[in-house]
Design a protein around this ligand. Structure first.
Ligand SMILES: Cc1cc2nc3c(=O)[nH]c(=O)nc-3n(C[C@H](O)[C@H](O)[C@H](O)COP(=O)(O)OP(=O)(O)OC[C@H]3O[C@@H](n4cnc5c(N)ncnc54)[C@H](O)[C@@H]3O)c2cc1C
Length: 416
């Protein structure tokens, strides 16, 4: 009998852990390494949504006309640190290019295909690892400030219709109130997506999957990976304190994956969109569903019995300290929208979304080292797409054809 093949997965966020489980299930010997450290995982503090309706890429046609207004508005959803303007410029150019009408429809199609797979893969993952009790099936209410922005969102809802995402469009505060009492009556327009679901708490979901992986014999070690090299059929993972040899390596190091890919010789335009949230103790608001304030770029979600207000995009790289004024700005808006919610003594958090300019993750073999597989760049949707990503990584290693087109997710797609 052949010995099992060994895989090292770099990163124990939701992507790394999900990949570890899928490879373990496919009979690989899997070791996950993570350098640890406080606040290093976007996967622990996010809004907890399986945002299966979010098939529209961020780089929508016309976004570059709206962006300057957001940047000039101190309460706007987007900010760029002045010291980072030049560093982020090449990524922004690619982001703008992704919004052109010759690219946008095909990007949305690829996102919709990955979302459809994400839905079925999540069902398989939840069933196999007894995750259902940690899921909350309460839909999402996507709210608009008024008739103009609601009308402007018609292409979003057309796309949902085209790709079979169930939704109801609501045009009165009474209809909205039936789903979520306690909102400002200024909200008269919304879309409701009943099939949207959330984890009860992203930290507990990650821990649950981590524990399932360990219970089945998987290893999780605290090590920082510096670089990776490959000689014929052996891949070497160079950690700060040790060298690990294996048959395959999966890089799932979230927003920090770029430098590891660079060390292999792959230049991938990964950036981070820093996001902020504040979490309030139970009793502050009776949240019935996931709320998305579409015109303001933030959401309100239930986490355990707490309420989390979060979102925003700050382009500022990996090393600058958090600027929690971004959270306070979100709260000042949330206070107007949820007038009965008591927003005191919240716990603030900042996380690093790993983001590609075209809103699609990078999943697939490195062009330079085929035994290195990339699984990063999920941006706002890493939790949502984690189970599907794990199945695609497994298929890539097994040499099986994917159930969806692979080229849109290729690490090589920005080469030209
Ligand atoms: C405010 C906010 C809200 C969000 N809400 C949602 C949501 O509702 N739904 C959704 O689907 N997504 C959401 N996201 C996005 C989601 O959190 C991310 O896409 C996802 O967590 C990325 O997972 P990951 O495993 O790739 O990265 P991470 O969770 O960041 O994990 C990467 C890991 O790699 C490790 N690592 C890095 N470098 C090294 C190295 N050299 N050696 C060893 N280990 C290393 C790090 O320590 C870290 O633990 C949100 C993000 C933010 C910031």
């Amino acid at each position: 009998m052949n010995p099992k093949q060994g895989v090292v997965v770099v990163g124990s966020g939701i992507i790394g852990i999900s990949v570890g489980l899928a490879l373990q299930q496919a009979d690989f010997r899997v070791r996950i390494v993570d350098r640890g450290g406080p606040s290093q995982k976007a996967s622990e503090g996010n809004a907890g949504a399986f945002a299966l309706a979010d098939i529209v890429p961020l780089a929508t046609p016309g976004i570059m006309r709206a962006a300057p207004g957001w940047l000039l508005d101190p309460l706007g959803p987007l900010s760029i640190r002045p010291s980072y303007v030049f560093s982020i410029a090449p990524w922004l150019m690619k982001f703008w290019r992704a919004s052109w009408s010759d690219r946008f429809p095909s990007l949305m199609k690829s996102q919709a295909e990955l979302m459809s797979l994400s839905r079925s893969a999540l069902d398989r993952q939840a069933q196999q690892y007894r995750g259902e009790p940690l899921l909350r099936r309460a839909g999402q209410l996507r709210l608009y400030d008024g008739r103009d922005t609601f009308r402007a969102s018609s292409s979003y809802w057309h796309a949902c219709k085209e790709y079979g995402i169930t939704h109801d469009l609501l045009e009165s505060s009474q209809e909205i109130e039936k789903i979520q009492p306690g909102l400002s009556t200024k909200f008269q327009y919304a879309g409701y997506t009943p099939d949207w679901l959330n984890v009860s708490d992203p930290r507990l979901w990650l821990k649950h999957l981590h524990d399932q992986f360990v219970d089945r014999g998987g290893l999780v070690e605290c090590r920082e990976v510096r670089s990776i090299s490959a000689k014929s059929r052996v891949v070497e993972v160079h950690c700060v304190d040790k060298r690990l040899s294996c048959d395959y390596v999966v890089i799932a190091a979230g927003a920090w994956s770029k430098s590891l890919a660079q060390a292999i010789g792959d230049d991938i335009p990964l950036e981070t969109e820093r996001g902020y949230n504040t979490t309030f103790s139970p009793g502050h608001f009776d949240l019935k569903t996931h709320l998305t304030f579409a015109d303001h770029g933030f959401v309100v979600s239930k986490v355990g019995s707490k309420v989390r207000v979060g979102g925003a995009v700050e382009l500022g790289g990996l090393s600058a300290p958090p600027n929690f004024d971004r959270s306070k700005i979100l709260l000042s808006k949330a206070k107007q929208f949820l007038p009965n919610m008591d927003m005191v003594d919240g716990e603030e958090w900042m996380g690093f979304r790993p983001s590609m300019p075209d809103s699609l993750p990078v999943i697939g073999n490195s062009p330079k080292q085929p035994r290195v597989i990339y699984a990063f760049g999920h941006g706002h949707l890493g939790l949502t797409q984690s189970a599907a990503t794990a199945e695609l990584v497994r298929d890539s290693i097994l040499g099986k054809p994917w159930p969806i087109a692979s080229a849109p997710f290729s690490p090589e797609r920005f080469r030209h």
